[in-house]
Design a protein around this ligand. Structure first.
Ligand SMILES: C[S@@+](CC[C@H](N)C(=O)[O-])C[C@H]1O[C@@H](n2cnc3c(N)ncnc32)[C@H](O)[C@@H]1O
Length: 288
C-alpha cells in the first residue's frame, strides 16, 4: 500500500470504529453551534416534522393533557427542562401558571422570548444546563419532552434526577418520555457517506460527512455518529439513545429517590403499549 492509501485507509478505519457506550458526549455542541442550532430551530418550528419537536397537533394534545392532569392554573409553578423554542412553555403559560424554560440553545430561547412577548405572557427563560441548574424556585411540575432523558449517559441521568428532585415542591411531579425497546429493534447498523451529508445540515461551508449507526445489544443503546470534514475543520457528533423498559426506568427512578412512578403510553395520557416505540413516566418523591 502506498503511504497515501494507507493514511486514508487508517482514517476510514477510525471513522468506522465502534466507540465505547457513552464514551464521548457532544450534546452541547449540537445545540449551541451557530449553523446547526439554526437548522435545529427550523426543524422545531416545522409543524409537520417530528424530528426535533413533536408535530404541532401532538404539541397541542400534550399541552392540554399536562394542564388537565397537573391542574396547571394561576400560580402553579412549572419548569420545562430543554424547552427549545417554547412550544410547551408558551401554551402552558396561557393558564396563568408560573413557567420557567431552561435550555442550552440561545437561538431557541431568543425565539421563545419573542413568542412570549408577542403573546403577552411573562415566562422566565434561562440559558442553563439542566444537569447543573440550581436556584431557589420549587416546581409543582418539571417537564422534559422529546425523550431527551435517553440521550444522557448514566452519570448525567443521575445528575439530572438529583437536579429535578431538588427543585420539586412537596407533591411535585417529573413528567417525561423515553424511547422503548421496539424503537431499538428498528435500528439498523449502517455506514453512509455523502458530500454535504443531510443537505448542508452540519455546516454552511462545503464538507464531507460520514454517518455511522451502531447498536449496543447488551446495553440496549444506539449511536448515530457524524464525522464532518471541512477544509480546515473536522468535528464528530455523537447522538446516543438508551432504550428503556418500564421496569428499568422505574428502578432507575426509585434509585434516585422517586418512590411513586406511573407509566403511561405517552405525554397525552395514552395507556402504556409494550409494542410502541416510546412511553412516558410521571415520577414523584412521595405518595403525593
Ligand atoms: C429534542 S429538543 C426538544 C425541545 C422541546 N422539549 C420540544 O419538545 O420542543 C432538546 C432540547 O434540549 C436542549 N438541551 C439539550 N441538553 C440540554 C442541557 N444539558 N441543558 C439544557 N438544555 C438542553 C436542547 O438545546 C434542545 O432545545
Amino acid at each position: 500500500m502506498t503511504g497515501a492509501a494507507s493514511f486514508v485507509f487508517g482514517e476510514l478505519r477510525a471513522v468506522n470504529a465502534r466507540p465505547g457506550v457513552f464514551s464521548v458526549v457532544t450534546t452541547p455542541e449540537l445545540w449551541t453551534d451557530e449553523h446547526i442550532s439554526g437548522r435545529m430551530l427550523a426543524a422545531h418550528l416545522d409543524p409537520h416534522l417530528d424530528s426535533a419537536s413533536n408535530r404541532i397537533d401532538v404539541v397541542e394534545r400534550v399541552s392540554a393533557w399536562l394542564v388537565d392532569r397537573f391542574d396547571l392554573r394561576d400560580g402553579r409553578r412549572v419548569a420545562d427542562f430543554g424547552c427549545g423554542p417554547g412550544l410547551y412553555t408558551g401554551r402552558i403559560a396561557r393558564t396563568g401558571a408560573r413557567v420557567t424554560g431552561l435550555d442550552l440553545s440561545r437561538r431557541s430561547l431568543d425565539h421563545a422570548v419573542t413568542a412570549a412577548r408577542e403573546d403577552g405572557r411573562t415566562i422566565r427563560y434561562l440559558c442553563q444546563d439542566y444537569l447543573s441548574y440550581r436556584d431557589a424556585e420549587r416546581y409543582d411540575l418539571v417537564l422534559m419532552v422529546m425523550r431527551d432523558y435517553c440521550a444522557l449517559a448514566p452519570a448525567a441521568r443521575r445528575a439530572l434526577l438529583r437536579t429535578v428532585r431538588e427543585h420539586l415542591a412537596d407533591g411535585g411531579a417529573f413528567a417525561f418520555d423515553v424511547d422503548a425497546p421496539p424503537a431499538f429493534d428498528a435500528v439498523e447498523e449502517r455506514a453512509v457517506y455523502a458530500p454535504s451529508l443531510m443537505d448542508g445540515f452540519w455546516s454552511a461551508r462545503p464538507y464531507f460527512g460520514f454517518h455511522n449507526t451502531f447498536r449496543y445489544e447488551r446495553a440496549r443503546v444506539s449511536l448515530d455518529k457524524y464525522e464532518i470534514v471541512e477544509e480546515e475543520r473536522r468535528r464528530t457528533f455523537y447522538n446516543w439513545v438508551r432504550y428503556f423498559t418500564p421496569a428499568e426506568l422505574t428502578a432507575e427512578l426509585n434509585g434516585a429517590g422517586f418512590t411513586a412512578v406511573d407509566i403511561l403510553g405517552d405525554l397525552t395520557g395514552a395507556r402504556y403499549d409494550p409494542g410502541a416505540p416510546l412511553f412516558a413516566a410521571v415520577a414523584r418523591t412521595g405518595s403525593g
